[in-house]
Design a protein around this ligand. Structure first.
Ligand SMILES: Nc1nc2c(ncn2[C@@H]2O[C@H](COP(=O)(O)OP(=O)(O)OP(=O)(O)O)[C@@H](O)[C@H]2O)c(=O)[nH]1
Ligand SMILES: [Mg+2]
Ligand SMILES: [Zn+2]
Length: 296
């Protein structure tokens, strides 16, 4: 038996890097996991037994408890979620950004936001987003993988951590990994002119080593479901609301139409970003619709 970490999942195999060794075993998962509807994830700590030493094959026998877990991208046990958008080609999808933040906050992950392709941001869209999200309390990076702008700061942010790069296809996640460490050599792809998105060059999640830390490159996604979050819970995942006290209805207030709502007051005075508040209301309504369907 060995202990190790799943660094890649591909075509039914889990590639497990054994602790304190360079050995990687291609493993199948025990059938019992399926019965318990437990799927091994990249990032999982596991115990494996070796079935073929020559061919480096084995079986995942046990999955240790996860300290965090994301469904999209599918990854476990990371410290930092780096959400990546492009400033142009494709344009940033802020609704998707706010959704991702909600899901990451729910897992108590650290979140950093990266806007790539700053070299083609002629209208300086970056400054606007930087202001909004810095104020909320996130680190925001404006970078260019192609022109090597801001890469040193990003590399510093990732040092000694286990991180995941998440975001839509074509924003430059794999390109950024290559800029951070050219020896990583990930495949990258053109953004399709016709559909304005990437072509999903990255097809599986994979953790790669980089000076003391690990980074997972993952395939792009274009939507995120909030369907297991309850409407009352959502406000917890908007950091700028969390520490506000002074709503007349206290922590029963969902900051919507209640009288004496301090959050709404702060939105009106410009203390809380109106864009973020609107995003909250939009996600709240969406979750409610799902709840109404469920309880009817
Ligand atoms: N102008 C500009 N183009 C960039 C930059 N970084 C990446 N690109 C281009 O964007 C395209 C997509 O890059 P990828 O790194 O494959 O994007 P990805 O996010 O990994 O995409 P998926 O693997 O599909 O999720 C490629 O054609 C890159 O050359 C940048 O900083 N500036
Ligand atoms: Mg990629
Ligand atoms: Zn309120």
């Amino acid at each position: 038996m060995f202990k190790g970490r799943i660094i890649k999942a591909l075509s039914g195999f889990y590639y497990v890097k054994v602790d304190n060794s360079e050995d990687i075993y291609a493993c199948k998962a025990r059938g019992i996991f399926r019965k318990e509807s437990l799927t091994p994830l990249v990032g999982d700590y596991v115990k494996i037994s070796v079935t073929d030493e020559g061919d480096m094959e084995g079986v995942v026998e046990e999955i240790f408890d996860r300290h965090s877990e994301l469904v999209r991208p599918p990854i476990a046990n990371i410290d930092l979620a780096v959400i990546v958008f492009a400033l142009k080609n494709p344009n940033p999808n802020i609704n998707l950004l706010d959704r991702f933040i909600v899901l990451a906050e729910r897992e108590s992950l650290k979140v950093s936001i990266v806007f790539n392709k700053i070299d083609i941001d002629k209208k300086d869209v970056f400054s606007h987003y930087k202001e909004i999200y810095t104020k909320v309390g996130y680190k925001v990076f404006g970078v260019s993988a192609e022109k090597n702008i801001g890469i040193d700061d990003l590399r510093e942010e990732l040092r000694e951590k286990i991180s995941v790069f998440a975001g839509p296809s074509g924003v430059g996640k794999s390109s950024l990994l290559n800029a951070i460490d050219p020896s990583i050599n990930m495949k990258t792809g053109q953004v399709s002119k016709k559909i304005g998105r990437g072509r999903h060059t990255t097809r599986h999640a994979e953790l790669v080593e980089f000076s003391g830390g690990l980074i997972a490159d993952t395939p792009g996604f274009s939507s995120l479901s909030l369907s297991d979050i309850e409407s009352i819970e959502l406000k917890e995942y908007f950091r700028e609301f969390k520490d506000v006290d002074g709503c007349r209805f206290g922590n029963k207030c969902i900051h919507e139409n209640e009288p004496g709502c301090k959050v709404k007051e702060l939105v009106e005075s410009g203390e809380i970003s109106e864009d973020r508040y609107k995003s909250y209301i939009q996600l709240l309504n969406e979750i409610r619709e799902v709840e109404n369907r469920r309880y009817r």
